[in-house]
Write a protein that binds this ligand. Structure first.
Ligand code: SF4
Length: 448
C-alpha cells in the first residue's frame, strides 16, 4: 500500500522546514504542501464534495482559452512525466492546429518503483480530473482519454468513483486500459495505442500535439502535470512560481524506493532541499547510503556521498548531466551490490523492448549477458572494453529513448561501482553480490 506522509508535509517538524519552507514558498490555504495538501492519506479518496469544499469548484465557463494558455506559459510548468517538456508549448501547438483536440491523461506510470501518479489518483482524483478539464478548456478539446493500468487497481477504482461523481462533465471522459509494459507510457506509444496500432514508440517528425490520434491534435499530459495545472487555474502563475526554482518552477513529487524506511512513500518537495535532506527526513536514513539511483530504472547512479548534497532541482541536475525523470529516488545500502542490482534491472529492461529496433533486439540482451558474466565473476578486464562498446552503440539509437536510458544506467553503474567492478573482474567473490533489497519489478520480471 502506498502511503503519503501527509501530516508530516502539512505540519512540518522543526528540521523538516527545508522541505516545505523556503524563501520562495507561499502558503496557499494549506501549510506547505500543494498537491498533497488535504485530508490525511488514511482518509482515502477525496470525494467531490470534500474536494470542492477544500479548493472551490473551477468554473470552466470562466476559463477563457487564450488567457488560460497565457497563464500556463507564464507559470513555466514543465511536464512531470520525465521529459520535462513545457506544457504551454503543447497547448499552443494543439490549439492552433487543424482538428478538434483530444486530451490524454497519461496515468500508465510504467516505472516500477514510481508511485506518485497512482498516489495522486488514489487520494486526489478530482484534482487530476480538474487539471484534465482545464487542459481541455485551454485547447478547446472535446474529449478526455484517461490511459491507465488496470493493475493499478486502487488508483483505477478511485478514478472510476470520481468519474461517477462528474456525470455533468462538459467534456466526454473515457478510461482506457494501457498495456502493462515499460515503454507503453512513452508519448508516441500512448498515441499509437490509442490510435489502434499497439503501444509502439515512433520517432515521428510531426508532434502528437499537431497530429496525433486520428490526426487530431493530441495533448498527452502526465497525472502530476495536470494536478499542478488544476492549482495554477485556481491560484495563478505567480503563485505557482513561488515554489521550486525559476528555471523549473512548482513543487515536485518524489517516490522513495529501495533501502528506505518505507519504500514507495511519496514526498512533495516545495522549497529548496537536497536529496540528503529528503532521505533523512522521509526515508529514515541516518547515514549516507552506498548509492542512489536517480530518475528511475533508466536514470543515473550516484555514490551516496555525492547524492547527499545534490539539490532536488531539475535544472541543477540537468547542469550535472542528470535528470530527475519520473522522480524516483532509489537507494541501496552496504548489503547490496550495485552491479548485481544493475544487471537485474538490465535483464528486465531488455525484456521490455517493443522489438522493432536493432539496438533493442540485439544490443540489450547482449549487454544483459555481459553484465551477468561480470557479476558472476566470469568476465575479465579485457571483456570490459567490449561491454563499454555495446553501451556506446546503444546511445541515441532506436525509435525511442529506451536504449539510451539503459546506456545511461549502465555507464553510471560502471563509474559509481568502480571498486566493486574491479573485484568482480578479478574473479573474486564480492562480499555483497546479492541484490538482497532489490528494487521492485513487476511479476513479469526476469527472476533472479
Ligand atoms: S528503441 Fe526499443 S523500445 Fe524503443 S521503439 Fe525501438 S525496439 Fe521499441
Amino acid at each position: 500500500m502506498t502511503l503519503v506522509e501527509f501530516d508530516r508535509v502539512r505540519r512540518p517538524r522543526t528540521g523538516d522546514l527545508s522541505l516545505v519552507a523556503g524563501p520562495r514558498l507561499v502558503v496557499a490555504g494549506e501549510t506547505g504542501a500543494r498537491l498533497l495538501a488535504g485530508p490525511p492519506a488514511h482518509a482515502g479518496r477525496e470525494t467531490r464534495p470534500s474536494h470542492d469544499a477544500r479548493l472551490g469548484a473551477i468554473e470552466l465557463v470562466d476559463l477563457e482559452p487564450e488567457r488560460l494558455r497565457a497563464s500556463v506559459r507564464e507559470s513555466g510548468l514543465l511536464g512531470r512525466g520525465g521529459g520535462g517538456f513545457p506544457t504551454a508549448t503543447k497547448f499552443d501547438v494543439a490549439a492552433t492546429s487543424p482538428g478538434v483536440p483530444i486530451i490524454v491523461v497519461n496515468a500508465s506510470e510504467g516505472e516500477p518503483a514510481s508511485r506518485k501518479d497512482q498516489t495522486l489518483l488514489e487520494l486526489r482524483p478530482h484534482l487530476v480530473l480538474d487539471g484534465a478539464l482545464v487542459a481541455a478548456a485551454a485547447v478547446g478539446a472535446s474529449e478526455i482519454v484517461i490511459y491507465s493500468h488496470a493493475s493499478h487497481a486502487t488508483a483505477t477504482d478511485a478514478l472510476r468513483a470520481a468519474l461517477s461523481e462528474r456525470a455533468e462533465s462538459p467534456v466526454r471522459c473515457r478510461l482506457v486500459d494501457a498495456p502493462d509494459t515499460y515503454i507503453a507510457g512513452e508519448t508516441s506509444a500512448v498515441v499509437s495505442y490509442l490510435d489502434g496500432r499497439g503501444a509502439i514508440p515512433s520517432r515521428g517528425v510531426i508532434p502528437a500535439a499537431r497530429a496525433g490520434i486520428a490526426q487530431r491534435p493530441t495533448v498527452v499530459n502526465n497525472v502530476e502535470t495536470l494536478a499542478h495545472l488544476a492549482l495554477i487555474a485556481r491560484y495563478g502563475a505567480s503563485w505557482f512560481t513561488q515554489a521550486g526554482a525559476p528555471e523549473a518552477p512548482g513543487s515536485t513529487l518524489l517516490t522513495l524506493a529501495g533501502a528506505v524506511r518505507e519504500p514507495g512513500v511519496v514526498v512533495e518537495v516545495v522549497g529548496p532541499a537536497t536529496l540528503g535532506e529528503v532521505l533523512e527526513a522521509y526515508g529514515g536514513l541516518s547515514e549516507v547510503p552506498r548509492a542512489v539511483l536517480l530518475g528511475g530504472y533508466e536514470g543515473t547512479w550516484m555514490p551516496g556521498r555525492e547524492a547527499w548534497g545534490t539539490p532536488v532541482e531539475r535544472h541543477r541536475l540537468a547542469q550535472l548531466g542528470m535528470s530527475l525523470g519520473c522522480g524516483v529516488v532509489a537507494v541501496i545500502d552496504d548489503d547490496t551490490c550495485g552491479l548485481a542490482q544493475t544487471a537485474r534491472l538490465v535483464a528486465w529492461l531488455a525484456g521490455q523492448s517493443a522489438g522493432q529496433c536493432g539496438p533493442c533486439i540485439f544490443g540489450l540482451p547482449s549487454l544483459s549477458e555481459q553484465l551477468d558474466a561480470v557479476v558472476a565473476g566470469r568476465a575479465r578486464k579485457s571483456d570490459l572494453r567490449r561491454l563499454r562498446e555495446v553501451v556506446a552503440s546503444l546511445r541515441g539509437r532506436g525509435a525511442c529513448g529506451h536504449p539510451t536510458g539503459v546506456a545511461t544506467l549502465v555507464e553510471s553503474a560502471l563509474d559509481t561501482f568502480a571498486i566493486e567492478l574491479s573485484t568482480h573482474l578479478r574473479g573474486e567473490v564480492c562480499s555483497v553480490t546479492s541484490a538482497a533489497r532489490g528494487f521492485p519489478l513487476p511479476s513479469r520480471a526476469v527472476p533472479r
